[in-house]
Design a protein around this ligand. Sequence first.
Ligand code: GLN
Length: 483
Amino acid sequence: MHQLTLAEIARGLADKKFSSEELTKVLLARIAQLDPQLNSFISLTEDLALQQAKAADARRANGESGALLGAPIAHKDLFCTQGIRTSCGSKMLDNFKAPYDATVVAKLAAAGAVTLGKTNMDEFAMGSANESSYYGAVKNPWNLEHVPGGSSGGSAAAVAARLLPAATGTDTGGSIRQPAALTNLTGLKPTYGRVSRWGMIAYASSLDQGGPLARTAEDCAILLQGMAGFDPQDSTSIDEPVPDYSAGLNGSLQGLRIGVPKEYFSAGLDPRIADLVMASVEELKKLGAVVKEISLPNMQHAIPAYYVIAPAEASSNLSRFDGVRFGYRCEDPKNLEDLYKRSRGEGFGPEVQRRIMVGAYALSAGYYDAYYLKAQKIRRLIKNDFMAAFNEVDIILGPTTPNPAWKLGAKNSDPVAAYLEDVYTITANLAGLPGLSMPAGFVDGLPVGVQLLAPYFQEGRLLNVAHQYQQNTDWHTRTPTGF
Ligand code: GLN
């Protein structure tokens, strides 16, 4: 039963092949048995899950239907969940029980989804290896000595290991697409403003966006349907109608114009990944797509701009964790300053402290123009590059990451080496565009992802292309040995 996708679960529940309660029990047992190898969960919510599953079964018995009614999922542990620990992977919030549900959590619960637990993540979503969590590193089910990617690494590892069919994640610079690529999943970062950020603990507010991680594009469509939509509680949420994503999956790709940026194929890209990217282009050509080389001339500036903007916003957002209102407080503070210093010094891990320092520096009076303002200008240039490209093509295709999953600890001593892994994903966040990563092959037994980018609000186009690709390839069906 654990092999079923969300779409198959919906059919099974509708046909009364099994109940949500039965399925939930099977998956909870599987998590208890297998997760100790992976460390993909921070908290399990067994009681809530069984209660939600029974309620979903009762709603179905009363004639209700819906693709998410009774579907087991999990939330990245930065979505606030009422009365349940919401740690953000940090000692700072180890004792924090959110007083309310994030909009995403509330919407999915209303649609009947069953929450099995809260997944592990890089501390405050900062990272691309899921090694900076206070709760320990997450392991990649494809090879337990390798990282699963981050920061939504717990969600990715759990779904890849078939502990559950789908989970939520968030993506500030690649944290849905990159772990999806490294664990053989399909992951979608929506257009900025498509999914409410209310109740999502902020990392970099102008870049953060929640989205689905699942095995197939079809399942991402189902989960996104439940997450997307205008939220008056989030001032950056956009009031645009949400299309029927599942209905759009079977559109023809005849004449689809795919742009492949020449800048993507630079020295940093593993040539074996470059080959798999070109193989995916050939596959899409068979389905009627036409391919064109394009240019994104300002791409080289993306990493420096991101690693100014994201830490700057993080330093501001994380100032609320002061040891006074909620979260960790140091023992026996001598005075107020000591309370601030030690609560933050003891509550935040090293990567979070590094980002706060960099961000506070970039925002300080003498340096604001030189760093933050400059980075914002680069951001506009990157957006303009994309706008020009989308005048010529419908979709942009390339690698999701320059390398497959690396060994645990391999990049720990060199944070910049890890930052460079974000080269293909962060431009979409800087521009606010939607992006999707889908499985496209293996290198040394480790999964490789291909990234698709589309114009604003064209999540449906991304899902359509990925679904058609998945109808004609079987990379996404491969299961890691032992799971
Ligand atoms: N790896 C990037 C960072 O560390 C992206 C993280 C994310 O998307 N949350 O900032």
